[in-house]
Design a protein around this ligand. Structure first.
Ligand code: FUL
Length: 511
């Protein structure tokens, strides 16, 4: 086992992944031809004249997303219908033939400039599936796609993410399936934007496996290499009519356990591949007026935030502008509430005045960790590690933030947290993975003068970069009454579809 643990802990993130995971929470904007047709998927036949927003205000989009807590924005520059939101030289199916600003508009430029103005990262979504291009289904399409990608990568400044959607329904158009040249796509991205991460059908960030906002309870960044091949299966993020196709082809992507010791023991090669939760604030990805009253509740969004960003996953929250070219007041108000709650819930640490921790390794002191100035690791490897933190005053607290220094890989497998007041101790929460960020939420706020954290299982020694005991200033997300029903429902679905599958016969397994 020691050798295997050496192997797992030798896997670390690249610079792109580190940058992406540090910001953690980004926003998606779905805007395009389907905003005007009321559909989710356009067929590529709607004339450009239909794209006619009257009052586009990208500053409003980006500032509202920033207020909502996001650190970056990814725009659907071209969705499956092939309609381009920028002044592309590659096709006539673009904004230049629309009434918007008499054909002179460029939404990609406008959003990228608003991002610069508000200090947000900017990223692009360029759908590989294109229902308008005459080249689609032929080798020429790959040249066409690379040209479009190159325009986006070279005309708008820094791009932090290229989001490659796996959805493809070319059979709907009676077209041949396109063989995408993924290696060439990756090469192009890194050539022009070396710090740009490629998400979804890409090597840097992995799709979590659903579009409903569910992160795994134990999310691992070190996963078997096969997880990457699966991301390249076109159709894999497809909301097909009943999901059967996705389940048949990609069941491994949806597997609940992708990283435990037991699971990894069946494989021989591993990669660093963090998960991203992509989810819309509304039922649709694009704007539909009838969904104005169907915006996710604050509790639901907070839950998604704390279980994704706070659960070693990434969050990509979609908010769609309306036909006017603005976010509605409903979305803006919910984003504001969300941002305020995240701030209250995560920015007020209780002061720690003294501590007890296993002796530190030289140059990795616990003081530095508490002062937010460096990484701590114990001198010796042990079966568990206990940290007792004394607070300056008794404080009402409701969560603890734990962060691993991922330069040393992801190691913590389980932990327990206890609080005490005047020597009376009670268990607050237990959890599993930590990785880039774990907000360990208590069931309810408690007043405490001491917090005891025990790492109960770890791959070799832990390397901790942050520990924060957070004051109960914001609200803990309440679970709606139907959540337990949903959970049981998911368990049954998992059981039927996944547990009964015969994984032992899968080719990528070691034995
Ligand atoms: C899916 C697409 O089919 C949806 O329209 C949306 O863009 C979502 C993010 O990915 O696969």
């Amino acid at each position: 086992m020691a050798d295997r643990l050496d192997l797992y802990t030798s896997v670390v993130p690249n610079e792109r992944q580190k940058l992406f995971c540090e910001s953690g929470y980004h926003a998606f904007i779905h805007f395009g031809m389907t905003t005007f047709t009321g559909k989710e998927w356009g067929d590529g036949k709607t004339p450009p004249s239909v794209f006619n927003p009257t009052n586009v205000d990208t500053d409003q989009w980006v500032s509202a997303l920033k207020d909502g807590g996001a650190k970056g924005v990814i725009l659907t520059c071209k969705h499956h219908d092939g309609f381009c939101l920028w002044q592309t030289d590659t096709t006539e199916y673009s904004i230049k033939n629309s009434p918007y600003k008499n054909g002179k508009g460029d939404i990609v430029k406008e959003v990228s400039e608003s991002c610069k103005k508000f200090g947000m990262k900017f990223g692009v979504y360029l759908s590989p599936w294109d229902r308008n291009s005459e080249y689609y289904g032929t080798p020429k399409y790959n040249d066409f796609y690379i040209e479009q990608l190159t325009e986006l990568l070279t005309r708008y400044g820094d791009i932090f993410c290229v989001w490659l959607d796996g959805a493809c329904g070319s059979h709907l158009d009676g077209k041949a399936k396109q063989e995408y040249d993924f290696p060439r796509i990756y090469e192009t991205v890194y050539k022009y934007q070396p710090l740009c991460a490629i998400s979804n059908c890409g090597p840097d960030v992995r799709w979590v496996g659903n579009e409903g906002g569910f992160a795994r309870k134990s999310e691992w960044n070190v996963v078997p290499e096969f997880s990457f091949d699966l991301q390249n299966i076109a159709d894999n993020s497809q909301q097909d009519t009943n999901g059967e196709e996705m389940k048949r082809r990609c069941s491994d992507v949806l597997e609940q356990d992708l990283g435990s010791r037991e699971f990894l023991s069946k494989y021989d090669s591993f990669i660093w591949y963090p998960a991203e939760v992509d989810v819309s604030i509304r039922p649709g990805w694009f704007y539909h007026k009838e969904q104005d009253k169907k915006i996710r509740s604050l509790d639901n969004l907070l839950n998604i935030y704390y279980t994704s960003v706070g659960g070693n996953s990434l969050l990509l929250l979609n908010v769609p502008p309306n036909r006017e070219g603005k976010f509605t007041e409903f979305d803006v108000a919910r984003l504001k509430e969300l941002g305020e709650e995240i701030k209250k819930g995560t920015s007020y640490p209780a002061k720690i005045v003294s501590y007890n921790a296993p002796k530190a390794s030289e140059n990795f002191e616990f003081d530095k960790l508490i002062e937010d100035a460096g990484t701590y690791t114990p001198e010796k490897e042990n079966s568990s590690y206990e940290f007792i933190l004394k607070l300056k005053n008794p404080e009402k607290i409701d969560k603890v933030l734990l962060v691993e220094d991922c330069d040393f890989s992801q190691r913590i497998e389980s932990f327990e947290i206890y609080t005490s007041l005047n020597g009376q101790e009670q268990k607050a929460v237990s959890g599993t993975t930590v990785g880039f960020r774990r907000y360990a939420l208590f069931k309810k706020a408690v007043t405490a003068d001491t917090v005891r954290i025990v790492i109960t299982a770890c791959r070799k020694k832990p390397y901790l970069k942050e520990i924060k005991v957070l004051k109960a200033i914001g609200r803990l997300p309440k679970l709606p009454w139907y959540t337990p029903v949903l959970r049981i429902g998911r368990k049954i679905v998992d059981y039927i579809y996944f547990k009964t599958e015969d994984y032992k016969n899968k080719k990528h397994r070691k034995k």
